[in-house]
Design a protein around this ligand. Sequence first.
Ligand SMILES: [Zn+2]
Length: 276
Amino acid sequence: MQKTRRVPKTQGVQSTRLKRFAATLGALLAATIGMIVLPVQAHAEPTFKAPFPCGQKWTYAHFSGEVRRALDFIRADGGTTNGTPVLASAAGTATRLSEPGGAGNYIAIDHGGGWKTYYFHLSAYSVPSGAQVAQGQQIGVTGSTGNTTGPHIHYEQLLNGVGQTIRINGTALPYPSSYNQSYLTSDNGCGDGTGTPYMTWGTDVRVHADATLDSPVVTTLPGPTSVIVVCQKQGDTVTAEGYTNNWWSKLRDQGGFITNIYINDPNAKLPGVPEC
Ligand SMILES: [Zn+2]
């Protein structure tokens, strides 16, 4: 952007003063921005949520010989730990990893800003490596692969590779040395009670007013987007990206439908999402 402003020659002195004033103002602004930047960086930590489903109550502990600042979680609400979905505690990029003699099958999520979370001992992965996942999205299934005495979620939060004291919803958890001393009830994936979080993929994905291709386009998703799916229904059959599907998802915040092809989930019909 270029702006040209003509200054009459008779105002040359004023112009110089103005420049000095502008320089001082610029320095002041730079100093102010410098002061603002630090707190913003300090707040780069994602607001992590529990790595298990909404409403479930689990107990946790940090056992002797445990790596870094890990906590191990088992269910404490009468449900069975083994086979329970493991959820992304914040949005990010998931990677599948395996360490048969230790972590077993595990997922690492890169949240940006140097932050990562680990989820060990999975019986199964629920997302491919490189998947963009939303907070609350299922990334795996609780199991006991690797070096473990029983099914549990071994969970970690790391900053630049260093294990941090685990914080959930901004609050640091205690580190008891055995189970049944501290408990955590999950509000992860609860949404507002009317939806399930997913990531979309693809570029320039059109959101339609209805589950049909000829209904008006209400908005376009330029790239992978975190969305809340409120319900799904069958509509026009769409063939794209090598898939064919007639299920469409209603997006809470965009107020329209996208074909399930662009919902980052391997199922044509999303499991657990009600029909519209
Ligand atoms: Zn552990």
